[in-house]
Design a protein around this ligand. Structure first.
Ligand code: NI
Ligand code: MN
Length: 226
């Protein structure tokens, strides 16, 4: 399967089913992809912040795809006309042939800049697709239950924030890698704005020195084969 970094926390996974996660393209200064060019069967949204919910509802509607998220966010997407499948933390189901399980994330999920609508708890995702297991942590701080996640299934690819300020920074992301033990890590949620500036190559060095995991640094628009 092919994984494309859309910038920020956004990824497109193309396999027997096409999955887009947290597509924030409109208003993203680093994005190389236009939302109208993204087609996905499943649109996974980790929380209600604009840099994650982003273009997800528009992409789901133009693709006839299904928004998968927590109950509250799925309800919000449904009221705007998207097809939805609501799950909640710890719950899994097979949707379009893909097993998806929601994992906890320590963050917020208010939508809007003025009076906010709260879209439930934020989440991360475990995705079983074409014999591989992908973990997208969502926006989160480090938490000890990553050890449980790492021990419960062998993770092929972990998508982890390193930007600091709003999420884990590189030091905590290294601790996350030590608990999750993934084969490969792709860092995310950095360098979109000055506030989350980080050096992903230094993160790669630190992880590959301290753990068995490999790190692939992708520029927005870049892909790798998994
Ligand atoms: Ni956020
Ligand atoms: Mn974010």
């Amino acid at each position: 399967m092919k994984l494309t970094f859309l910038g920020h926390a956004g990824f497109l996974v193309e396999g027997s089913t096409n999955i887009v996660i947290d597509p924030f393209l409109t208003g993203n200064p680093k994005a190389k992809t236009k939302p109208e060019d993204v087609k996905a069967n499943l649109v996974l949204v980790s929380h209600g912040h604009g840099d994650h919910l982003g273009d997800s509802i528009a992409i789901a509607k133009q693709s006839g795809g299904t928004v998968v998220s927590v109950h509250e966010l799925a309800g919000f997407a449904g009221r705007q006309g998207a097809k939805t499948h609501a799950l909640h933390i710890g719950g899994s189901n097979t949707i379009d042939g893909v097993k998806i399980k929601l994992t906890p994330a320590w963050h917020g999920s208010g939508f809007g800049d003025g009076p906010m609508e709260y879209l439930g708890t934020p989440c991360g995702f475990l995705i079983w697709l074409d014999g591989k297991i992908i973990y997208h942590s969502g926006d989160t701080g480090l938490f000890g239950d990553m050890e449980l996640i790492g021990n419960s299934q062998p993770i092929d690819l972990a998508l982890l924030p390193i930007g600091d300020n709003y999420t884990m920074g590189p030091e905590d992301a290294l601790k996350a890698v030590q608990m999750l033990k993934p084969k490969l890590v792709v860092p995310m949620h950095y360098n979109t704005w000055p506030l989350i500036e980080q050096d992903p190559d230094q993160f790669k060095k630190d992880v590959e020195t301290a753990t068995e995991s490999k790190v692939s640094v992708l520029a927005p628009g870049e892909s790798l084969e998994l």
